[in-house]
Design a binder for this molecule. Structure first.
Ligand code: ATP
Length: 693
């Protein structure tokens, strides 16, 4: 039974009254926090200042959707749900507004008539700023037939014009999405979902959920890996809008501070460089760069001391498991001790000799005195030549600080540069031949200077095997800045978007950053365009994760309208997939269209088609996706107003309308059918295709 206008009006009035109360409390809390932030700054208490500032900023951001939902329990208990929790000063008091991530808020996303989870009704509250503009009630007693949560609110959100930036979906997350958002984070979770199923939405809301639920994660920060800078820009405002700042976003290309991709790379070479076999080969290479045991001859105060080869071998073995530079530091520390003991031994021996000589003299003096007893203060036999433990320790400290000894160690076990080590390896056919065919070796060796995308994971592997020679001490203000600056930083959690594109060596790079393997990877194996040939997740991660990961799936497409999704099944089949495209949740009422043109007429036809789309989507966004060869000319033609991208570059992005230019040209590219699948599924309203006859 639909609500009467009167009941709707009174529901809106009720929610408005509540929102006013919540807003007033929020404003009071904000004012108080602002004072406390200022006091903490005056007191110079940086830790407290940081905590209070974060609380203040989170509350400040929550002006939008301060309250967006309501749960009415069967027991009469009512909860309002919002972007952040809002409660009176007394922390023991029940919150006025529940944070969407709190366990008690979960039924808002997951309760169904079959499993009402103790709830009688769910209400979606639509607001514009501080004004309630609508409510939508879902009884959980079985009288509602929709399998969507808050269908009206969801469809309204999906129909909104796209701004070119992703927005949050806290108020309309769907059941299968919520399950992924709140899934256990103790091991790798791989989420498969077709285009527009909300993988990115889920991944980002999961970050916010995990940071809220496991507060200690903020101390290690969360890494979000995306496919391109453009994509990172597209999602940039979601996490700050959810109040999260302990997050570093990057692409695999930008993960190694100081290393920059300066050249493109052939697909064949990129596939070769992505293979897991490099890891072992690089380990062997770096291990071979360790010094070999030999007698070490050192000088201390003009004396020569030799540390025996067998002792050196023992010391080397004891540090074997550590990265190259850290092993050297540990070796040097032990060497200082061994040397101190050696010097002490030499001194004892020398003193013993002096003592003997002294006794000899005394004996002669005694004889000269006619045998009179010598009872002077110190005879030679009273002098103890042994150095005390403290003296040996002082000696060791002096050795450790002495530049000559440091120079000796540096000379024998030099500091290595990861780039130089890798360059040497890539130019050396002998070790490469151990795991590549002669043809592959020739291709790798012939590569020009400069780093390509495929080199970055190799560089990262070498840098990791070497370890930091001089680990950077964090001086940066925020955890995220510190994490960003340190290659070897280990994150509390890593999220990988478009994970199907990762090579095995890139997966290694991810694992290195989260040895605890708290990883969420979202992607669509059917959109994979990378040069590796994985067609299933099991194969894609076999070499790196083995069998130890959990799978989840998203099955409903929220972006692309049903009219467009209907075109994609044959494309997917041609791409070699056995999957069916996801089910579209909505229709736009616009039939996709296509036109033909000639190469000569392409500029005019493209300009005209884009203008038409822009005209129909007034105020909305239009994107052009095309084969690589057309990108530069179309960019020159269309200027900055409309993005012109290859299918690879368009991954993860969306517009109200998409013009796909030369779909056949896209399919002719490597993995082209996958590329066309990506291109066709970027629009939220209208799709046009321009074929070249
Ligand atoms: N629960 C939701 N509420 C509101 N909007 C949603 C929801 N889920 C997804 N969307 C919207 O649907 C669109 C597609 O979502 P998203 O980009 O996360 O999908 P995706 O699976 O990552 O797609 P692709 O694989 O094509 O990159 C976005 O506009 C997103 O905001």
């Amino acid at each position: 039974m639909s609500p009467t206008p009167d009941s709707r009006r009174s529901a809106i009035a009720e929610e408005q009254a509540f929102l006013d109360t919540a807003t007033a409390l929020r404003d009071r809390l904000l004012a108080r926090l602002a004072d406390e932030v200022a006091d903490a700054a005056l007191d110079g208490d940086r830790a407290l200042h940081r905590v209070l500032r974060a609380q203040h900023d989170e509350l400040l951001l929550a002006s939008d959707r301060l309250v967006f939902g309501r749960l009415d329990g069967l027991d009469g208990v009512v909860w309002r749900i919002g972007r952040v929790g809002v409660r009176e000063d007394d922390v023991r008091a029940e919150p006025l507004v529940l944070d969407w991530r709190a366990p008690a808020a979960r039924p808002f996303y997951t309760a169904t008539p079959v499993d009402p989870q103790g709830q009688a009704r769910r209400r979606h509250i639509r607001t514009e700023g501080a004004v309630v503009v609508g409510v939508e009630d879902e009884p959980l007693d079985g009288s509602s037939a929709s399998d969507l949560v808050g269908e009206g609110a969801l469809l309204a959100a999906l129909d909104r014009r796209r701004t070119g930036r992703m927005s949050t979906a806290v108020s309309t997350l769907q059941r299968e999405q919520d399950e992924v958002v709140r899934a256990d984070a103790s091991g790798p979770l791989i989420v498969q979902g077709g285009p527009g199923t909300g993988k990115t939405v889920v991944a980002l809301h999961r970050v916010a959920y995990l940071l809220f639920t496991h507060r200690q994660l903020a101390e290690r920060a969360v890494l979000v890996l995306g496919p391109s800078p453009r994509f990172l820009d597209y999602i940039a405002q979601v996490l700050p809008a959810l109040g999260e700042t302990a997050v570093v976003s990057a692409t695999c290309d930008t993960l190694v501070p100081g290393a920059e991709v300066t050249r493109a790379e052939d697909r064949v070479v990129s596939e070769i460089k992505g293979r897991a076999a490099w890891q072992r080969a690089l380990e062997e290479r770096v291990a071979a760069l360790r010094p070999r045991p030999r007698d070490l001859e050192l000088r201390w105060e003009g004396e020569r001391h030799v540390v025996d080869r067998a002792v050196v071998a023992q010391l080397l073995a004891s540090v074997r498991a550590r990265p190259h530079h850290r092993a050297r530091t540990a070796f040097a520390e032990q060497l200082h001790q061994v040397l101190a003991e050696l010097i002490a031994e030499h001194r004892e021996a020398a003193l013993a000799e002096v003592e003997e000589g002294f006794e000899d003299i005394l004996a002669r003096v005694d004889r000269g005195l006619g045998g009179a007893a010598h009872d002077g203060p110190a005879t030679g036999s009273d002098v103890d030549g042994r150095l005390s433990e403290e003296e040996v320790d002082e000696l060791r400290a002096a050795i450790a600080e002495h530049p000559t000894i440091a120079r000796f160690v540096e000379h024998w076990w030099p500091t290595l540069d990861a780039g130089e080590v890798l360059r040497g390896f890539l130019a050396d056919p002998v070790p490469l031949g151990g795991f590549l065919t002669p043809g592959e070796v020739a291709l790798v060796v012939a590569e020009p200077r400069g780093w390509s995308s495929g080199d970055i994971p190799l560089l990262d592997a070498v840098a990791d095997l070497l370890g930091d020679a001089d680990p950077a001490r964090g001086r940066a203000e925020s955890i995220a800045d510190r994490a960003r600056a340190q290659r070897g930083w280990t994150y509390g959690h890593v999220v990988v978007d478009e994970a199907q594109e990762l090579s095995e060596m890139q997966w290694h790079m991810v694992l290195r950053r989260c040895p605890a393997r708290s990883i969420t990877a979202v992607g669509d194996i059917d959109q994979a365009e990378a040069s590796h040939r994985h067609t299933s997740w099991a194969r894609a991660v076999h070499a790196t994760l083995g069998e130890s990961w959990t799978a989840a799936e998203l099955t409903i497409c929220y972006r692309t309208p049903s009219e467009v999704m209907a075109l994609t099944a044959p494309v997917l089949e041609k791409a070699g997939s056995r999957n069916t495209p996801p089910r579209a949740v909505r229709s736009s009422g616009v039939t996709p269209w296509e036109r033909s043109t000639t190469t000569a007429d392409l500029p005019g036809a493209a300009r005209e088609a884009v203008a038409e789309l822009a005209g129909r989507r007034r105020g909305g966004t239009v994107g052009v996706v095309t084969a690589r060869a057309h990108v530069a000319p179309l960019k020159a033609l269309l200027g900055n107003e409309f993005p012109v991208l290859t299918a690879t570059e368009a991954k993860g992005l969306e517009w109200d309308a998409t013009l796909v230019v030369d779909p056949e040209g896209i399919t002719a590219e490597p993995r082209g059918w996958n590329g066309l699948y990506v291109a066709l599924t970027r629009c939220t309203q209208e799709l046009g295709q321009l074929r070249i006859a």
